[in-house]
Design a protein around this ligand. Structure first.
Ligand code: NDP
Length: 320
């Protein structure tokens, strides 16, 4: 009886810090025992022994130093934290972490933020800090509001559907034309102005690419109806923060929930921290559980080793 046990493979992990390694090891021991999880900086692991990596922001040059690396697994949905390294091994596939759980968590975050803006939660929290019983009225509900989502991928589409089920009018914008039931879909630069004109709360769930950098600037914000809201859970590079803060000061924007910033952690002197109309959250939009991601990675590695097509691959032509 021949052995069908797959060859032992090493995954070097830089995601969640060294303290997370036992947890990753426990997940893979159950799912795919031939995959041995080792800490990224484990001195016992020689670079030529590494077959796979699970990474968030690998130090520039590190990936290129693994001569036998076969596949890069992003610890997140984005890949910009990998491809920003000029020496990243371009011949290797990158698998993005896309799981139903991650999409669900993002959709929950977007619904929470949309409701917070609509009901002016920041005003209530500010009142609480000052012990002011500010019994204000909000004269609108979800049915009166149109939410527009930049990016209709795994995160954007799930958020669109959940917002719709809460009662919001929902539209979306993507590069290629989409068809999602109950959602008005726009595409391309030519579809952007019409999309913005009918958006009361703008949500950004785009990937970070040269085309999307700086998209949310004064020019774009001026195309929204006066008093619109903004939620950015894409990347900090998508917005010109000074333009966002000016639009809040002028009243063109009425409030913002900002989860991502060009420099993270957000610097102590950044004006976003103290702006009265801004809710700052520390890049918590969606963090998928290790268990769900490990199951996803194990399945993608199984397919890779079997020569089957994988899911959620980075597209080098599109750049995301
Ligand atoms: P996907 O690749 O699945 O979706 C990206 C969407 O953006 C697609 O609909 C795509 O269009 C659209 N898009 C890309 N470029 C353009 C462009 N130039 N013009 C118009 N539309 C464009 O990514 P995900 O949904 O999985 O993730 C999106 C991003 O969300 C990540 O890259 C990351 O930056 C961010 N993110 C943030 C998290 C957080 O915690 N804050 C957590 C997870 C993700 P098309 O459909 O035509 O390809």
């Amino acid at each position: 009886h021949g052995s069908h046990a797959p060859a032992r493979r090493i995954i070097a992990v830089k995601s969640g810090g060294e303290a997370a390694i036992p947890d990753w090891q426990a997940c893979f021991a159950e799912l795919a025992p031939h995959l041995e999880v080792r800490w990224w900086d484990d001195p016992q692991v020689a670079p030529e022994d590494v077959d796979y990596v699970i990474v968030w922001q690998p130090e520039p040059g590190r990936l290129a130093a693994y001569p036998n690396l076969r596949l890069i697994l992003s610890s997140a949905a984005g890949t910009d934290h990998i491809t920003s390294d000029p020496s990243w091994p371009r011949h290797l596939p990158i698998v993005r972490a896309v799981t139903p759980e991650a999409s669900q968590r993002m959709a929950e975050f977007i619904v929470m933020s949309t409701l917070a803006l609509m009901r002016d939660l920041k005003r209530a929290i500010t009142g609480q800090h000052q012990r002011v019983w500010d019994n204000f009225e909000v004269d609108r509900c979800a049915w009166d509001m149109r939410v527009g989502i930049l990016g209709l991928g795994s995160m954007g589409a799930a958020s669109a559907r959940m917002l719709r089920s809460v009662g919001f009018g929902v539209s979306g914008w993507s590069r290629s034309q989409k068809a999602i039931e109950g959602i008005t879909c726009h595409a391309g630069r030519e579809g952007l102005d019409a999309f913005l004109k009918e958006t009361d709360i703008l949500v950004c769930l785009l990937p970070n690419t040269p085309e999307t950098t700086g998209l949310i600037n004064a020019d774009l914000l001026a195309k929204l109806p006066a008093g619109a809201g903004l939620i950015n859970a894409g990347r900090g590079t998508h917005m010109v923060l000074e333009d966002v803060l000016s639009a809040l000061d002028s009243g063109q924007l009425s409030g913002a929930v900002l989860d991502v910033f060009e420099e993270e952690p957000l610097l102590a002197d950044n004006p976003a921290w103290t702006h009265p109309k801004v809710i700052v959250t520390p890049h918590i939009g969606s963090i998928a559980s290790r268990r769900a991601r490990a199951a996803f990675y194990a399945e993608q590695i199984r397919r890779f080793e079997a020569g089957e097509p994988m899911d959620a691959l980075y597209d080098p032509v599109a750049g995301y």
